[in-house]
Ligand binder design. Structure first.
Ligand SMILES: [Fe+2]
Ligand SMILES: [Fe+2]
Length: 158
């Protein structure tokens, strides 16, 4: 069900050349940036399911768009940030650039843009302000740990 929901709400992002490049770009040793963003989106919706049972109100579409877009700029890191500054610049700049790239594909609400551009908290200092932003930030870190320890990906969209 979660995969169907992601396809329904996120198809414009998934079909974009930005996302397609992310599916071809390696990330955390054994995954791609595209797969990582799908996994983060799935985890975000699982967290949302839990919170909704406890009467939290969550904009699930915002969560899907933010999850599928949050690392879009990572696939373009070498072109955008150069080899020398590499990882440090990428870590600080990719959230803002990913938000901009998502807005090139679809109209992005101010809150969605903020959720994307602050997902690297606490590195980026300013914390998320929305529930969706917090869920994204937590899901991203959870999935990063799984990926770093080579846990097999369970889901595929295609
Ligand atoms: Fe990121
Ligand atoms: Fe991420």
């Amino acid at each position: 069900m979660i995969l169907e929901e992601i396809k329904k709400e996120g198809m414009a992002i998934i079909n974009s050349p930005h996302f397609q490049k992310c599916l071809q770009t390696q990330h955390h040793l054994n995954t791609t940036i595209g797969d990582h963003m799908i996994n983060v989106t799935i985890k975000s919706l699982e967290i949302a399911n839990y919170l909704e049972k406890h009467n939290f109100k969550i904009d699930r579409k915002r969560l899907i768009i933010a999850g599928l877009s949050h690392d879009l700029a990572m696939a373009f890191a070498r072109e955008n940030y150069g080899k020398i500054q590499g990882k440090f610049t990428t870590a600080f700049r990719h959230p803002i650039d990913s938000a901009r790239m998502a807005s090139e594909v679809i109209e992005i609400h101010k809150k969605t843009r903020k959720a994307i551009s602050r997902h690297m908290w606490p590195l980026c200092i300013i914390p998320p302000t929305s529930i969706e932003g917090w869920i994204l930030t937590i899901a991203d870190k959870y999935i990063a740990v799984e990926e770093l320890f080579h846990k097999e990906r369970k889901f595929k969209l295609a």
